[in-house]
Write a protein that binds this ligand. Sequence first.
Ligand code: ADP
Length: 535
Amino acid sequence: MVTSARRRFPLSIRARVTWAIMLTTSLALFAAATAFTVLGFFAHKRVIIQDTEILCQAMAQSLDAALEFGNRSDAERLLRLTFGPQERVTEAWVLDERGEPFASYAREGTPGQTPPSVRLEDASRFHWPTLEVARRVRVGATGKVGGGILVRIQLGEMRDQLLLGAGVTLAFLVVILGGTFLLARAIRGRITQPIQDLQEAVGIVSADKRYSVRVPQREKDELGQLVAAFNEMLIRIQTRDRELESIREHLEDLVDLRTAELLDVNHQLSEAKERSEEASRAKSTFLASISHELRTPLNAIILYSELLRDDAERSGDRQTGEDLGKILSSGEHLLALINDVLDLAKIESGRVHAEAEEMDPGPLAWEAVHVVEPQALRSGNRIEVEIREGCPPVRADRTKLKQALVNLLGNACKFTRDGLVKLSVSSSHDAGKAWVHFQVQDSGIGIPPEQMENIFSEFMRGDAGVSRAFAGTGLGLAISRRLVRLMDGDIRVESEVGRGSTFTIHLPAGTGVGADRPLDSANPGSVRRGDTDET
Ligand code: ADP
């Protein structure tokens, strides 16, 4: 219940501070007053006992004779004389040597005289509200104990004093508490006001999102530092808000600006594309016309140098024959290069198409082999052809497939000396699809592993030694692979340096490419001389 009540009506910090101060002060005052009273009581008691002992000692000196001679009236007189003036003493006895009452004194108005039941001893006993003090009395020259004195004291006076003291203390307590309350009220503002200010500011910020509010910094203590940090935080939020607002305001301008820039860049790009296409067209036209212009005299040079070489050889002029042979081979090489570059230009401009038709792979393989037979003869190579039985027809562009085959067989003959070049035609099924494979295997120089992928890139040839030793343009494999890929096939290679290479053309069986599909101009290739349409 208490907890829920507290939850419903939580004490404010102001009230808590007041209560804390009041409680602490009350406890301190109460402890001080209690200690003061208790100490006062014991001090008072000790003084009473000391006073009574002095009186007893004084009386004992005169009591000697009365005890020895059994003079009771002397003893009573002495009791009256000694304790009569002592207001707080209500009863007193002289005890004989056996400890029995011998003479007694009682203050007037004291109700009944209770006989003492004490032994002869030096002691004091406290039975609230009375105190009894007993002292032994020595007699004669021997100083033996001949009796004693017992005094009974009423502590009513002391009680009254204590009560008075407590009353005064209580009055002081009330006054001091009142003062403390006023003091607490005066100082609590300095402690709680900054917290209340903070609380109000937080309320405004969270409710209205008003970050311009500030909490007044009254002191430089911890609370003051907290207030300063809070204000600093608000300033930062305000600054950030302003920045965000300004960014938001300029965002549209920025977007417009960027859009305009993008449109401009797009425009420039499309202009550049048009220019590049135009340049490409101009380059193709230039190449077509220049190659035509070059090939006509080049063909004449080749033809006449061949005729002249034959004449020189017939007439036995070996030196002239060799020189004319060099002119002939250089002319042929130049013509091949011109044809390749021209074909490359045609493919780049997208003017090369693959015509799909189904054909028997065997006769096509033989056609390609016949093309390279003279070359094989020159390099001392033997060509073997193996057409596996049951090979399905291949779907491809006849001219381009033959061109790729001739290129692979030509390479095999070129990079093999006095060895074996074997063309195998086979078929397989993969994932429900039939394939025809043309495998060209040689026992030549082989290809280092690091060159395996490069050999299919344009103008990439083997290392310097290979380039020097074997003629070529570095375009054959690149063109062949692109032509085969155009027919939905591919060329793969396996090779081992010094042991030979195996190039395989994989093409779909039965169904191949669609007719009249142009070559992908992003994968430019070329076609071998004499096998493509002349420009
Ligand atoms: P080219 O034959 O005109 O150099 P290719 O594109 O046909 O250009 O071949 C690229 C390179 O691939 C060759 O220069 C050669 O290093 C390597 N290469 C091709 N075929 C073979 C082969 N059968 N044996 C060894 N190396 C070959």
